[in-house]
Design a protein around this ligand. Structure first.
Ligand code: PMP
Length: 293
């Protein structure tokens, strides 16, 4: 049957869901996006994702042609028309169709599309045994130049890092800031447990402020685990008791080896496993509920 895609106010069959070659999202990566999950008929943290989307668009002076409420409704309806209970949702707003120049003023209305599809998860083994990552040569974008807090369609920085990880024979890359501090991975934030505290780089390290990152900081606080946002070096990571990544798609993924150094006991640790369990529970209640049609 194929998917039904939301495109500029209508739900169309995926074969007809096309955008112009003059769309500046395609020509220049001029646009913003969100990746969202639904769990058993509940869109997890939908309002936070919509807020972040509008903040990214505001900084780029990109006018989103829907209100936040209408955007929420469009996401929910896209899930319903596709009869999806558990899904990955990609919400994209581009600058729209313009000419071959950069000037965004020449673009008409923004293009909005929403794809809801079944999810492809990391293999179960990653969660049971943990993952290996390596530090890659490409630093994360300078926040003074292009702030990684803008979730823009321009992901070349992360794609270069992903290629470097693949070339090194691992799934995921650790990206540093231009000054050599730990930033994040190509599509996930990073945390360590060190001397009993949960620590993650602050936004000013030049990272995307992940929704999952925020949720994990809250869950840890509720569990009585001391949390901190601090600049971290690779030395801090190598000598951590535990390490994990967070992201909408990955959820909480344990890291057991970095640059060849085993982390802690080189298996998912108790704090990570506790947070994974708490996160699982939260996916059953923190979001917007819908009834798949
Ligand atoms: N960092 C980057 C660069 C990302 O692309 C993502 C995922 N979109 C994240 C972190 C994790 O963010 P979230 O928890 O909101 O998915």
């Amino acid at each position: 049957m194929g998917l039904k895609i939301y495109l500029n106010g209508k739900w169309v069959p995926e074969q007809q869901a096309k955008v112009s070659v003059f769309d500046h999202g395609l020509l220049y990566g001029d646009g913003v996006f969100e990746g969202i999950r639904s769990y058993d008929g509940l869109v997890f943290q939908l309002e936070r994702h919509i807020d972040r989307l509008f903040e990214s668009a505001h900084t780029l002076m990109l006018k989103v042609p829907l209100t936040k409420r209408a955007m929420i409704d469009a996401v929910v309806k896209t899930l319903k028309v596709n009869r999806l209970k558990d899904a990955y949702i990609r919400l994209v707003v581009t600058r729209g169709v313009g000419d071959l120049g950069l000037d965004p003023r020449k673009c008409g209305a923004a293009t909005v599309f929403i794809i809801a599809d079944t999810i492809v998860l990391y293999p179960e083994k990653v969660y049971r045994q943990g993952m290996e990552i390596v530090t890659v040569p490409t630093p994360r974008n300078l926040p003074e130049a292009l702030n990684p807090q803008i979730k823009s369609l321009n992901y070349l920085n992360n794609i270069l890092a992903k290629i470097e990880a693949t070339n090194a024979g691992v799934e995921e890359a650790l990206m540093l800031s231009a000054h050599g501090y730990v930033a994040e991975c190509t599509g996930d934030n990073i945390f360590i447990i060190r001397r009993g505290r949960l620590v993650t780089p602050p936004p000013w390290a030049g990272i995307l402020k992940g929704i999952t990152r925020g949720v994990v900081l809250e869950l840890a606080t509720q569990a009585g685990i001391p949390v901190a946002e601090e600049m971290l070096t690779r030395h801090d990571l190598y000598n951590a008791e535990e390490c994990f990544l967070t992201g909408t798609a990955a959820e909480i993924a344990p890291i057991v080896k970095i640059d060849g150094r085993p982390i802690g006991r080189a298996k998912p640790g108790p704090v990570t496993r506790g947070l994974m369990a708490d996160f699982r529970k939260l996916t059953k209640r923190a979001g917007i509920r819908y009834r798949p049609a």
